[in-house]
Write a protein that binds this ligand. Structure first.
Ligand SMILES: C[S@@+](CC[C@H](N)C(=O)[O-])C[C@H]1O[C@@H](n2cnc3c(N)ncnc32)[C@H](O)[C@@H]1O
Length: 380
């Protein structure tokens, strides 16, 4: 999407964003197109910071470029904790649209949103289904207070609750759908009991966006969307920093000294899919790709619990310098290599060829192509 390069009124920019998302095939149904064309994102994001080629910039309503950024395909960071870690944002419109399109296509659906944030996504839900069908929940009381005021002044009156969304929301259950706009390590088992028969869960796990349906056997089952994204991880209390959400921390590993070897790399180590698989199978690790001072991309993996880390800098067609340290039982690069090889031999499948089954007892099984195909039981 290249809306940021164009100028115009908020209405013009909103219309162009909606048109772009439609042309790109992300917005598919008239009801969602109408919602995106109607709800003013700027009303929910009067001030934010963005990360672009120039680093972090803060923009406020009225600043040059403010409206163009609001209507670009950008995540707008709207709240940080005392250490400067981002803990709330308005998600990239493309990712929001992809997730919303996965919700039930019927006007009667009732939806629970986990992660109210700015209230923009809640406003889109209200515009689509009607405010009386929407409940939205955030762990942070300052965010729910601000979102309530913005939603009300924009004419939307959903149920807004302060609380931990990993516990769902019983008073409004059963929900036709639960959509989580914070990242989760696993789908909370309690959500299954709060879903209506045939209900839908749309949620981010690792780098995947799962779109799951409740089946008669009590399980949730479905595929990942073609889009990949990693949301701010769910917090356990408003005072928490988002666990695993801080690339600034991991950047400290760029100069770290460890054991150095040269390794051969199989396939494309820069491809995002091995990271998608790692986010499922090794969800206790964090990994990012950063550009070093010499302009080259470096891949970092960290296992915070043990202190293990690995830093891999590709050079040449198939070689890489590997620096790593930590206990032997977490060979992070070895773990990643297994995933790269498996993915490469499966013919480079994209996220939407993978699916997930969540059994009533909470066991998560990742599968390729069909629940009867190759599968991996995910660690709890
Ligand atoms: C990416 S933001 C949500 C964006 C939001 N939907 C919007 O339109 O602005 C993620 C939000 O999840 C919230 N959050 C984090 N942990 C949570 C939890 N356990 N329960 C509910 N909300 C949580 C954060 O406070 C943050 O506002």
């Amino acid at each position: 999407m290249t809306v940021a390069e164009t100028t115009g009124s908020a209405e013009d920019l909103r219309r162009r964003m909606t048109t772009c998302l439609t042309h790109e095939g992300v917005l598919r149904t008239p009801a969602w197109r109408e919602a995106f064309a109607t709800v003013p994102r700027e009303h929910f994001t009067p001030a934010f910071s963005v990360h672009d080629a120039e680093g972090f910039r803060t923009l406020r309503a009225g600043d040059p470029g403010y409206l163009e950024t609001v209507y670009s395909d950008t995540s707008l960071i709207t709240r940080r904790d005392k250490n400067g870690v981002a803990i709330s944002s308005s998600t990239r419109p493309r990712v929001m649209a992809a997730m919303l399109e996965a919700l039930p296509d019927r006007d009667t659906a009732t939806v629970l949103e986990i992660g109210t944030g700015t209230g923009y996504n809640a406003a889109l839900l209200c515009a689509r289904y009607g405010a009386e069908k929407i409940a939205t929940l955030d762990i942070d009381p300052e965010l729910t207070t601000a979102a309530r005021e913005r939603l009300h002044t924009a004419g939307y009156t959903p149920t807004i609750v302060t609380g931990d969304g990993t516990r769902g929301h019983t008073p409004r259950a059963p929900h036709s759908a639960i959509i989580a706009t914070c990242g989760l390590p696993r789908i909370p088992a309690v959500w299954l009991s709060q879903l209506a028969p045939g209900g839908t869960v749309v949620a981010n796990l690792g780098y995947g966006l799962a779109s799951l349906n409740h089946h008669d056997d009590g399980s949730l089952r479905g595929r990942f969307l073609p889009e990949m994204a990693a949301f701010m991880t769910a917090r356990h209390s408003p005072e928490d920093s988002a666990p695993n959400a801080c690339p600034e921390d991991i950047a400290g590993l760029m100069p770290a000294r460890g054991r150095t070897t040269t390794v051969q790399v199989a396939g494309d180590v820069t491809a995002p899919m091995p990271r998608f698989l790692s986010g499922m199978l090794h969800h206790d690790t964090i990994d990012v790709s950063l550009v070093g001072d010499d302009g080259r991309t470096v891949h970092l993996i960290q296992h915070p619990a043990s202190g293990a880390w690995a830093r891999m800098a590709p050079h040449g067609a198939h070689g890489a310098r590997l620096d790593h340290d930590g206990p032997e039982h977490r060979n992070l690069w070895g773990e990643r290599l297994v995933l790269i090889k498996a993915w490469f031999h499966a013919g480079h499948p994209g996220p939407d060829r993978y699916g997930l089954t969540v059994a009533p007892n909470g066991t998560h099984t990742l599968w390729l192509d069909s629940p009867d195909g190759p599968s991996w039981v995910l660690p709890a």
